[in-house]
Structure formats: structure tokens, C-alpha cells
Design a protein around this ligand. Structure first.
Ligand code: SF4
Length: 401
């Protein structure tokens, strides 16, 4: 059995490092233009060079999303950007548009992965792209397990599937809703997530009156999808022979990236080490509950994809607040240096999610600022705080409450 790749989102350099340190085998990012997250932090050219260097120094892979649907006016800038990515030695580019595909072939030696945005739903489409020169196909999220197996049987390209994260209610993002309602085009990376909005009904002759179509006074979120979570089926996914398990979320937090990557890393390693004894651990499910998410669904992988909407609210929930990142640890004094991200104070009960070690909890009993002055609270963003820890703690651990 070949162990599949665990592929994580890198919304910025810090999230990229977090993903790799918490166990991702590869990461994907978008540049300032031409990827489908126009409002994410995204990477400058300088960032990309640093990201490639960091990723390769860990022996891991980095892919660039260039998956917009291009217009004729984009070509000159695209050629320049693609040549830069080639020189920067990213390991592959993700494309969905055949025009962009042709530019990659003509002007670079880059490996090509077909983005889920291209909506590959059958083995003939997968084989067609493979024959054209794509090495990997990211399958549409709308496929069942049986359909994925059928593509695998009939096409020798590497296959990648989404295993975790938010989903579009529209066909893998090929959606006009945002453009129609706000002028911001999802196919150019500018989606306003209009499917998450609360919708009412208006009768033609009474435009001033909104009629709630929900069953309660919260209204109705008729197009609001649950989040995908295929952790319970990770064994079946590995058995199916897909090459890469992908986590969605370039716009999500460091806490999300660390927690989700750590769980899927542990599950993949556990299954591959001993398939017969494999079982889903409660602590993995508990961790996935701590990161920002909507109610989970297995989407189309098992069943028919029905019951995937949430009508009550479009807001994600989480059960852990992210307070800071451990930047240094002094074993002699058992002091951790924290880069603060959320407010905390003496007496708070906190936990540490570690890249490798077990999560542990403690109460905050001693805090000092960067000048070694005793403090009782850390109210300022990105403040440096030194705290006493009850156990040795790994650098890059996340402190949460
Ligand atoms: S509006 Fe919703 S369904 Fe459409 S592209 Fe945006 S997130 Fe996807």
C-alpha cells in the first residue's frame, strides 16, 4: 500500500509553516493574482521564494493555484507569473482553464495538476487531461466512493480528493451567484459567499415586505452547505489508491490548519502502520470539533449528498479559542515564550496543541512581558509573553482555551 500525500492549505507564510510542521506532506498556495482566493492574504513573489525554500528544506512539496478562468487580457501577466513560478521551482501548478493549461505547456516545464474547479467527474475527462499532459487530477467533490474507484481503475493519473473543509453548494465552485448579486466573480477568486446569506421571500407587488421562508425567526439559509469531513472514511480512501488527500481552507486560521492537519496526519499514519487494527480515535474527532467549522457531512462520498444544508445559521462554530503560538521554550526554567493572538490572564485554564506531542492542559500561574516584568493579563495583539509551563512544550505549539 502506498501512503497517500496529505495536502494542506497555505493562506500565508505562517500557515504554510504551520501546516508543514504539523505533518502535511505538501501545501498549496495562491499568488496575488490568478488563484481563486482574491481576498486571502496570498503570496507576493518574495513570499513564494521563501515558501519554496522552507518547504523544500523539509523535503516536502509546494503547489501554486493558478485556477482562475482567464480572459484574453490576462495572458501577458499570466505568462510572466508562470515563468516566475517555474524559476522558483514550485512542484506543480493547479489549473482549471484550458487556456492557462496551454500557457503552462508552452512557456514552462511545470508539472500540471487539474484543479477541482475543472469539474472532473468521470474517468474519460480524467484520462483526457492526463493524455494532454496533466500528472494529477483533483476530482470534483460531487463524486461517490464508487465513482472515484472507477476513475482510478480507468486512468493512470494521480488522483487527489478533498477530505475536509468548507464546500460550495454550487457545482464545485462553478457558480454565478456571487457575480450576479454583487458583481464579484467566484470564477475570478472574488466570491462573496452569497450562498451563506440569509434569504427571504418577496412578493412581486409588495417589494417592501420580506417574508421569512424559514421555520423559525432566524430565517432560512437555503443554500448554506455543511462542511466536509471524511475522517471516518479515511481507511476506505487510502484503500481506493488516491494519491493525495486535500484539506480545504486557505482563508482559515492557523488554529484550523494545525488541528486538522495533525488529525489527518495521525489517522493516515495509524492506518498505514496497522490497517487491521485501525479505528477512528475520539481525540481526533474532538480536535476537529475545536477548529472553526459548520456541522460536518460526508458529502457525496457516502450516500447521495442529500441533507448537506444547514438552515439555522451560516456562522461556523468552534470549541477552542486560539490564544498564542509558542515561539521558544527554556527547559531549565520551564518557561515558554508566547506570541499572543487572543486575550488571556492569570488563572485561565489553557491547553497546548503540539506539532508532535500530546495535547496537555494547565492553569496560567505566572506571566511576564518581554522586559521580564510580571503581568497579570496579556491584552495586546502579538504581545510577547513568557509563561511557566507544567510540561516541556514544543515550539510552534498553539496555546488555546
Ligand atoms: S456563492 Fe457559494 S456556492 Fe457560489 S462559488 Fe461562492 S461559496 Fe461557492
Amino acid at each position: 500500500m502506498t501512503k497517500p500525500e496529505l495536502l494542506a492549505p497555505a493562506g500565508n507564510l505562517e500557515k504554510l509553516k504551520t501546516a508543514l510542521i504539523y505533518g502535511a506532506d505538501a501545501v498549496y498556495f495562491g499568488g496575488k493574482n490568478f488563484s481563486l482566493r482574491a481576498f486571502g492574504d496570498n503570496f507576493t513573489r518574495e513570499d513564494i521564494l521563501s515558501a519554496v525554500e522552507f518547504t523544500h528544506s523539509m523535503g516536502k512539496k509546494i503547489y501554486a493555484a493558478v485556477n482562475i478562468f482567464a480572459r484574453n487580457d490576462d495572458f501577458d501577466a499570466l505568462i510572466d507569473y508562470l515563468k516566475f513560478l517555474d524559476c522558483a521551482e514550485v512542484d506543480a501548478v493547479l489549473v482549471s482553464d484550458l487556456g492557462v493549461f496551454s500557457l503552462v505547456k508552452e512557456f514552462t516545464n511545470l508539472e500540471i495538476h487539474i484543479s477541482t474547479q475543472a469539474n472532473v467527474t468521470n474517468w474519460r475527462a480524467a484520462k483526457f487531461f492526463h493524455d494532454l499532459g496533466a500528472s494529477r487530477i483533483v476530482l470534483a467533490r460531487e463524486l461517490s466512493r464508487e465513482e472515484i474507484l472507477s476513475v482510478k481503475e480507468n486512468c493512470t493519473a494521480e488522483l487527489e480528493i478533498f477530505v475536509h473543509g468548507a464546500m460550495c453548494i454550487s457545482y464545485s465552485g462553478r457558480c454565478w451567484l456571487s457575480k450576479y448579486l454583487t458583481g464579484r466573480d467566484a470564477n475570478r477568486g472574488a466570491c462573496t459567499h452569497s450562498c451563506r446569506w440569509k434569504y427571504n421571500l418577496v412578493e412581486e407587488t409588495r417589494p417592501e415586505e420580506n417574508f421569512s421562508v424559514g421555520e423559525d425567526n432566524r430565517g432560512s439559509y437555503v443554500m448554506n452547505s455543511k462542511d466536509l469531513c471524511l475522517l471516518p472514511h479515511v481507511d476506505k480512501i487510502i484503500q481506493s489508491g488516491v494519491a493525495s488527500l486535500k484539506i480545504e481552507g486557505r482563508m482559515k486560521s492557523v488554529n484550523y490548519v494545525a488541528g486538522v492537519v495533525k488529525v489527518y496526519r495521525a489517522a493516515i499514519d495509524s492506518y498505514c502502520a496497522n490497517p487491521e487494527e485501525f479505528k477512528i480515535r475520539d481525540e481526533w474527532l474532538a480536535e476537529l470539533d475545536k477548529v472553526a467549522h459548520r456541522p460536518y457531512t460526508t458529502g457525496f462520498f457516502i450516500g447521495d449528498g442529500k441533507s448537506t444544508e444547514i438552515y439555522e445559521t451560516s456562522k461556523p462554530s468552534r470549541s477552542a479559542n486560539f490564544l498564542g503560538i509558542v515561539r521558544a521554550f527554556d527547559a531549565e526554567t520551564m518557561t515558554a515564550t508566547i506570541e499572543q493572538r487572543g486575550k488571556f490572564e492569570l488563572g485561565n485554564r489553557v491547553e497546548f496543541l503540539q506539532p508532535q506531542g500530546k495535547t496537555f492542559s494547565q492553569t496560567l500561574t505566572s506571566m511576564r512581558d518581554e522586559n521580564d516584568t510580571e503581568i497579570t493579563a496579556a491584552p495586546h495583539a502579538q504581545q510577547t509573553v513568557k509563561i511557566k509551563v507544567s510540561e516541556p512544550v514544543e515550539i510552534w505549539s498553539l496555546m488555546r482555551e
